[in-house]
Design a protein around this ligand. Sequence first.
Ligand SMILES: Cc1cc2nc3c(=O)[nH]c(=O)nc-3n(C[C@H](O)[C@H](O)[C@H](O)COP(=O)(O)O)c2cc1C
Length: 392
Amino acid sequence: MSHAPVNIADLATPLKFAYWVPNVSGGLVVSKIEQRTDWSFEYNKKLAQIAENSGFEYALTQTRYAASYGADQQHEATSFSLALLGATERLKVIAAVHPGMWHPGVLAKFMITADHLSNGRAAVNIVSGWLKDEFVNFGLDWLEHDERYVRTEEFIRVLRGLWTEQDFSQAGKYYNINEFTLKPAPIDVPGRPHPEIFFGGNSTAAQGTAGRVADWYFSNGRTLEGYSENVNGVLAAAAESGRKPRFGLNGFVIARDTEKEARDTLREVVEKAHRPAVEGFAAAVKEAGASTKDGKGMWADSSYEDLIQYNDGFKTQLIGTPEQIATRIVEYKKRGVNLLLTGYLHFQEETAAFGQDVMPIVRELEADLARKHGTELDTSLLPVTNFEKVSL
Ligand SMILES: Cc1cc2nc3c(=O)[nH]c(=O)nc-3n(C[C@H](O)[C@H](O)[C@H](O)COP(=O)(O)O)c2cc1C
């Protein structure tokens, strides 16, 4: 574990933390274990406030139009994100969006308004999609896997073009934009040329697209080795295009006083899993990376247990005491992670506890790591925390 290639790590910059917005019902694991998490706006509003005061810089909203993995009710991602931006002061909210569902010009315009309403805190996560029924039953084209990424890449180029250029034109296979200028432009935030563009996907095609056009590459939960494989794939494509994306990783956190308690909780999640829903999900995700020529990609090598957390969050192994989890997180930092996306059983309580108990240890460990490699952790970049304002 200690032989990580720290040369790709940004040792001076503190890790950033995000949480999944539970905007769909059923929590983040497909299990009948108790989950004190709710998909309502009231719950989410309070959660967003707790999270931003506990040191989280980002929240990620999911996009889902039809039930899957037991998420029978779903709030729409862009409108929900906008409401969360209105309820917070510093949190950046990333709305997931499917290119096949939106025209990029309409999204570009929507996001500019969201950016103005939130003083530069709006962001998108462009996801190519895997739930075929959503597209087919809406009467939309369902493109073959790699072709979805051709469309996604064009989509992102249009978004960025409309956000940064006047009289923007782009002729492509999926979109044709003719001398368009959007006014107003996004908010001018120093160091941010436009709302940040996140991108989620694990397959070879996804890595190539992310390297060429994304600001941030998001991976599903991965082992240390698996994560390095993804990062290398994205970096190779990015180098060819002269780009430098940043890296996010999903992980499901079970932090408890003892390792045994944490492991017992995971065991209970698995024992109480909703088997038909997990098996239905396993069948649906065959449309993802497993359908490609090299068979690589999200969920391609996931076991039944892995799929109980539908973004492979157990694979990241953030399960144990705060100390163990912080140590593991810093191992991922060595392998290139800049942003850790987290999920929990009980979101309000556990984001607060994560901020209080895990983040301070991460900060100590990353300061040590930076020093060991002849640099300093830039503490001026640490997010503001305000634990007095956190009330559960
Ligand atoms: C962090 C993250 C968030 C995602 N969010 C969504 C989402 O909200 N809705 C969705 O349909 N897919 C979502 N996806 C899945 C992607 O759309 C895509 O289908 C998936 O990454 C499989 O791609 P691959 O087979 O190319 O690896 C997400 C993926 C990641 C990594």
